[in-house]
Design a protein around this ligand. Structure first.
Ligand code: SAM
Length: 258
């Protein structure tokens, strides 16, 4: 069985992915256009980056946030703005919430990690009331939209390859639409969301990328010479100065009928 990516450090996650999550999450929340005072479920909340954005931007009545990683939740519970959120250890496959408890449920950068994506979507649908929203976004991994794609390519060129989530295919626009429609959701729509982030140098980008579990767990098993070769390959012809990197996510939204 392929090695799983481990999210064990909420602090390094923040710079590696939390910043990206906020950059993509802001236009995603604008697109959902949920009224203030709503009840939210943030499924796969990780270190609370998506939860904090919901609290700060969507002004909810409450947010129930759930994730299977204790380490991520420990960081999430310390976050400033997320004081209103309640964090629970658990899985998207078996949400510990009653039917119809929420106005909206989301997965931010999570669906491709869920071992049975269709069951995860069905669970979100179950816990949202009639008329409520079920939505998600995920990096377009197959289309090269992951923000550290250059390092992924360098790892593939070196013959080692990055670790990937178990279901990268669910981030395709057609798959998102199919999953949402098959779950019985209505008014299903998809879209692309891009975000840019500036790193002060290639080295800053490389160090941040190396703290991604899918990259760091692979590099940690290689010798220093091979790591340096991969670093140079990812750097390509870039020399000094700021590096602006783009990420591309695919998003989906749908409504529970009723
Ligand atoms: C890339 S992080 C996204 C975290 C957060 N939503 C954000 O926007 O930054 C992916 C998260 O999915 C979580 N995850 C993995 N398997 C899961 C499952 N079966 N149910 C819920 N979350 C899961 C991981 O623990 C990790 O925190």
């Amino acid at each position: 069985m392929a090695e799983a990516m481990r999210f064990q450090d909420g602090e390094s996650y923040e710079s590696m992915m939390g910043v990206w999550s906020a950059l993509v999450g802001a236009p995603f929340l604008d697109w959902l256009n949920i009224s203030t005072g709503a009840k939210w479920a943030d499924v796969g909340c990780g270190n609370g980056a998506s939860t904090e954005l919901i609290v700060g931007k969507a002004k909810p009545a409450l947010v129930e946030a759930i994730d299977p990683s204790d380490a991520q939740l420990a960081y999430a519970r310390k976050r400033h703005q997320a004081g209103l959120a309640n964090y629970t250890l658990g899985s998207a496959l078996d949400l510990p919430y009653p039917d119809g408890a929420f106005d909206v449920a989301i997965m931010a950068l999570v669906l491709f990690f869920v071992p049975e994506p269709a069951r995860g979507v069905a669970e979100m649908r179950r816990v949202v009331r009639g008329g409520g929203s079920v939505a998600a976004y995920a990096w377009d991994l197959e289309g090269g939209g992951f923000p550290y794609e250059d390092v992924h390519v360098a790892l593939i060129d070196a013959g080692v390859g990055p670790l990937l989530p178990p279901h990268p295919e669910v981030a395709r626009l057609d798959e998102l639409k199919r999953l949402w429609t098959d779950a019985g959701l209505v008014d299903v729509e998809t879209r692309e969301i891009t975000a840019s982030r500036a790193f002060p140098s290639f080295d800053a980008y490389w160090l941040t990328a190396a703290s991604s579990p899918g990259i760091g767990q692979v590099l940690s098993k290689l010798g220093p010479e091979q790591v340096e070769q991969i670093r140079k390959s990812a750097q390509g012809s870039r020399r000094s100065g700021e590096l602006v990197v783009q990420g591309r996510a695919h998003a989906v939204r749908g409504r529970v009928a009723g």
